[in-house]
Design a protein around this ligand. Structure first.
Ligand code: ADE
Length: 253
């Protein structure tokens, strides 16, 4: 998978891709990341990349010409490259879309700054607009990193085993069950006994139920999409009854 990042702040990308799983994925040639400074595609003496908005108003707008030059150059070599503009006005990113994007081979990620890009960039050069959440960042750079991270870990060979991605939260529309490691007792807080039992069937059942319980408490919206067995449904009914008796449907913020 090839990612091309179009940014006015290339320095922001230096360390995130030099650590851990993404660094290894780059080393193995599973992903390739090119960071392009949009300023290098400004042709005037002062390499101007932004300008005041027509009609007045605060801030600056990213100019269409330098961005058009970069995207057209990339697309002239690979017309299949898919251009994503990271903006809080885009469609909220979900794991399903991450999966679909991981099937592409070439993504262009355009990072907005200031008051955003000239509207004609969006009309003429952008295939898709993505937001990583309902909050406003100082620019699209961090959002591009999030997208690259989420997509890359789904590519074959990037995670240690294919199972790790399969068992993620959201991969079956459920949150994950709680995990513990040594010590078995920390300040009186003990690891659930079943996990020490060596009884794999009992452990599987406990984990399934904990995942269901956690999803029910934190993200009940996800349960609508989850594949639930009759036993799962019965369990959910039980905890729903129990919790309403206790008046407890809260979760940690
Ligand atoms: N740029 C600024 N805020 C953003 C967000 N929430 N998602 C994507 N790009 C952004």
């Amino acid at each position: 998978m090839r990612f091309e990042i179009l940014t006015l702040f290339p320095g922001m990308f230096h360390s995130p891709f030099q650590e851990s799983i993404l660094a290894k994925a780059i080393e193995k040639g599973l992903i390739e990341i090119r960071i392009i400074n949009i300023r290098d595609f400004a042709t005037d003496k002062h390499q101007v990349v932004d300008d005041a908005p027509y009609g007045g108003g605060q801030g600056m707008v990213m100019k269409v010409e330098p961005i058009s030059r970069v995207i057209e150059q990339i697309k002239s070599k690979d017309p299949s490259a898919w251009t994503i503009y990271l903006t809080p006005e885009g469609k909220p990113l979900k794991q399903e879309r991450v999966k679909e994007l991981s099937l592409r081979s070439h993504l262009i990620l355009l990072c907005g700054r200031y008051e955003g890009v000239d509207e004609r960039v969006r009309e003429l050069f952008v295939d898709e607009e993505i937001s990583i959440g309902d909050y406003v960042l100082t620019g699209g750079e961090l959002a591009a990193m999030v997208l690259i991270d989420a997509v890359s870990r789904l590519l074959p060979g990037v995670l240690g085993s294919d199972r790790s991605a399969m068992e993620d939260s959201f991969s079956d529309s459920l949150l994950e069950y709680p995990q513990y490691t040594r010590p078995a007792n920390f300040r009186g807080h003990e690891v659930p006994e079943v996990l020490l039992s060596g009884n794999h069937q009992a452990i599987s059942l406990w984990r399934r139920r904990e995942a269901l319980k956690r999803t029910w408490m934190r993200r009940p919206d996800l349960l609508k999409k989850a594949e639930l067995s009759e036993e799962d449904k019965k369990f959910l009914e039980e905890i729903s009854k129990q919790m309403s008796l206790n008046g407890d449907n809260s979760h940690k913020r």
